[in-house]
Ligand binder design. Structure first.
Ligand SMILES: [Zn+2]
Length: 259
C-alpha cells in the first residue's frame, strides 16, 4: 500500500528530502503497515528527549533519550495519523484518502508529553498523536531501514554451482512439523531449490504440499498440471523423456502484480 502511495507522491510535488525518505519507506513498509513485528528492546524503551518544529524541508526532528535522532516528514506523519478518523485499528489499515492528503502539509504545532508521546496540530486543526515506541519502530535512518529489510525480506541467499550439495528434506516431515516446514521455506528462499523426498507416488501430494503453505495459484492449466505420457504430445511433459529443472510460469511473475 505504502509503496503505491510513495510512487504517487514521488511523481508529484513532494520536497526532495521527503522524496528520498519516502523512497526508503516504500521499500520497507509495504505490507506490515501498523503491525508490531519486532521486539527490539530499543523500541520498548524508546523515550523522547526533545522534538523540534518542522524545518525548512518540512521534517520533524526527534531526539531520543539514547542519543540517536530520527527525522519524520510532515506529509508522512499526516498520512499515518492514527486517529479513528484516519486509521481503522481493527483492520490495521489507513482510512485517509489520497485525495484528502496535502503533500505540502506542514505541522502547525508540535508538542511532547511525558517523553512518550508527540502531539501535532495541523493547519486545518486536525490533531494527531504518535507514541514514542510507534515512531521509533518507523525510524527512517539507513541503519534502521537495513535492520527492517533484513527482518522482512530474508535477504540471505547463496549462489551455487556444480559443487552444490542439493538440500534434501523428507516430505512427510514438512507436512506435519512446523519447524521443518519453516526450515524448508527458509532454505528454498536462500538456495532456490530443495529436494523433498519420500512423497507418496500418487496424485494429490503436490496439492497437499501447496495447501500446507498457502493457496494454489490458478493458471490457464488449472490449479495443477499432470505429467504423463500421451500420444502426439503437444508438451514435453507429455512425453516419456526426462524433464530438466525448470520453473514454468513463476519465472514470468513480475511483482507486485495486479489485483
Ligand atoms: Zn487523523
Amino acid at each position: 500500500m505504502w509503496r503505491l502511495a510513495a510512487r504517487v507522491l514521488l511523481g508529484t510535488k513532494v520536497q526532495p528530502v521527503t522524496r528520498r525518505l519516502l523512497a526508503g519507506a516504500a521499500n520497507l513498509q509495504c505490507c506490515c503497515w501498523g503491525t508490531a513485528r519486532r521486539t527490539h528492546t530499543g523500541y520498548m524503551s524508546a523515550g523522547i528527549r526533545k522534538v523540534e518544529a518542522p524545518d525548512a524541508e518540512h521534517l520533524i526532528r526527534v531526539q531520543w533519550e539514547d542519543g540517536s535522532e530520527s527525522c519524520y516528514p510532515c506529509v508522512w506523519l499526516r498520512d499515518n495519523c492514527q486517529c479513528p478518523h484516519c486509521f481503522l485499528h481493527s483492520a490495521k489499515a489507513r482510512k485517509l484518502l489520497f485525495e484528502d492528503l496535502d503533500v505540502d502539509i506542514v505541522a502547525k504545532e508540535v508538542t511532547l508529553t511525558d517523553r512518550r508521546k508527540i502531539f501535532i496540530t495541523w493547519p486545518d486543526e486536525h490533531t494527531s498523536e504518535y507514541e514514542a515506541e510507534w515512531l521509533k519502530k518507523r525510524c527512517f535512518s539507513e541503519a534502521a531501514r537495513a535492520e527492517m529489510r533484513e527482518d522482512l525480506f530474508l535477504p540471505e541467499h547463496q549462489y551455487w554451482g556444480s559443487d552444490l550439495q542439493l538440500p534434501k528434506m523428507p516430505f512427510e516431515e514438512i507436512m506435519y512439523d512446523d519447524e521443518s516446514a519453516y526450515k524448508w521455506l527458509c532454505t528454498l528462499k536462500k538456495m532456490g531449490v530443495v529436494l523433498l523426498t519420500g512423497a507418496a507416488a500418487r496424485q494429490g501430494e503436490l496439492v497437499k504440499l501447496g495447501h500446507r503453505i498457502g493457496f494454489l495459484r490458478l493458471t490457464f492449466y488449472g490449479p495443477t498440471w499432470q505429467v504423463q505420457d500421451k500420444a502426439d504430445a503437444n508438451n514435453v511433459a507429455y512425453t516419456t523423456g526426462k524433464l530438466c529443472f525448470h520453473t514454468d510460469y513463476p519465472v514470468l511473475q513480475h511483482p507486485p502484480g495486479v489485483r
